[in-house]
Design a protein around this ligand. Sequence first.
Ligand code: GDP
Ligand code: IMO
Ligand code: MG
Length: 424
Amino acid sequence: MSANIVIGTQWGDEGKGKVIDILASRADVVVRAQGGNNAGHTVVSGGETYKLHLIPSGILYKDTLCLIGAGVVLDPKDILGEIDDLSARGISFDNLKIDPRAHIIMPWHIALDGLSEKFRGNKDIGTTHRGIGPTYMDKYERSGLRFYDLVHPEIFREKARSAGELKNAVITKVFGGASLDIDGIIEEYIGYGQRLAKYMDDVSVLTYEAAKAGKTILFEGAQATLLDIDFGTYPYVTSSHPLSAGVCTGTGVGPMLIDGIYGVAKAYTTRVGKGPFPTELEDETGDYIRNRGGEFGTITGRPRRTGWFDSVIVRHAVRVNGLSCLVINKLDTLAGLDTLKVCVAYKRPDGTIIKDFPPTLEGLEGCEPVYEEHPGFSDDISGAHSFDEFPQVAKDYIARLEELCECPIKMVGVGPDRSQIIER
Ligand code: GDP
Ligand code: IMO
Ligand code: MG
């Protein structure tokens, strides 16, 4: 048996979905432990593209058990839409299970996400407007609604009414927003609960039992290290723990169960939403990478900000996640650039050089990336089947990233399809 975690090392969209899908061909169980439908994980197989939000990326294998753990926030309407769309494409949900402890995203969370972003004005975070932050706020305030409540109408009616009435007061009296029809919402959501009830099961027990039975388990990280609520670029982060440690609290298993942690990075860097981005390229090279890499958000369609590979960030991810290895995706996207720059350190305004990612925005302010330059490659590598087929400069680039990040690079992505991965 083995249990491995797949984590994002940058600001998300590193191709975690693709890596999970590839590793899932050898896995019995795939588990989501945190985040919600702010995630957009793309899997491309046999010419078909699947964009998954909450459903674990193991779902394309019909015998794989797909689990949604206690640490996830669940939008019932959205997940039912996802189930309906994928069912229409022949995907089976017989093996989907959702933990009763998972918190429910309600329409007032979505409304409050939008209203607080608007209130922040030009200091907005650039959230996905999916209600993620407000739902985690209620969870930690101990006033949230859980999946168990949703599938029990009497419990749900009572809890949702008092929660909804309070939120309505905040929406209308604090933000001047439109009042929600709480009774209508409650009855609508009871209907969703009835449809989802059959999926309820204790994910902590299922995962533990699978491990004891010698099954192969994969934990699918959503979001990424620099979006972690503590170790990311706070406050420009999400409201959960996308780190490897979040997998244990979000599933209900101990750290000794884990055998390995894969960190996924792109061969460059992207970010959606606001917040610092030291290696950002706001020029033609940035546009080239965006257009060639199709860097537009899976969830919101927003153009992703693009920049050079930043080894300060990925080294931070190696440390805070305890990564065993790295996967570098989208090397193919860099083809055609004369020079590839890699950030090796930051230079502070006072001239000092730092190699560890600063803990605060204030510490990051004014930091300039220190670059080293590498020759680019023009060859199309998307059809390569082995590392040996890469041009020498591409091999050297990967070898240098490995050295700078202080972590072995085990796989390199050369295209979106399942088959376009090179094991090293
Ligand atoms: P995730 O959120 O980490 O699962 O990543 P997304 O699915 O949001 O974004 C990654 C995008 O890159 C998707 O469109 C993938 O199909 C695509 N992709 C993944 N790996 C590669 C690769 O190696 N090369 C190319 N060209 N595209 C890739
Ligand atoms: P995957 O799993 C990229 C970003 C949002 C915003 C910030 C907070 O596909 O890599 P939120 O709605 O979570 O409160 O927004 O986090 N964000 C992501 N960026 N990939 C994601 O997920 C993201 N999930 C959230 O853009 O900047
Ligand atoms: Mg994504």
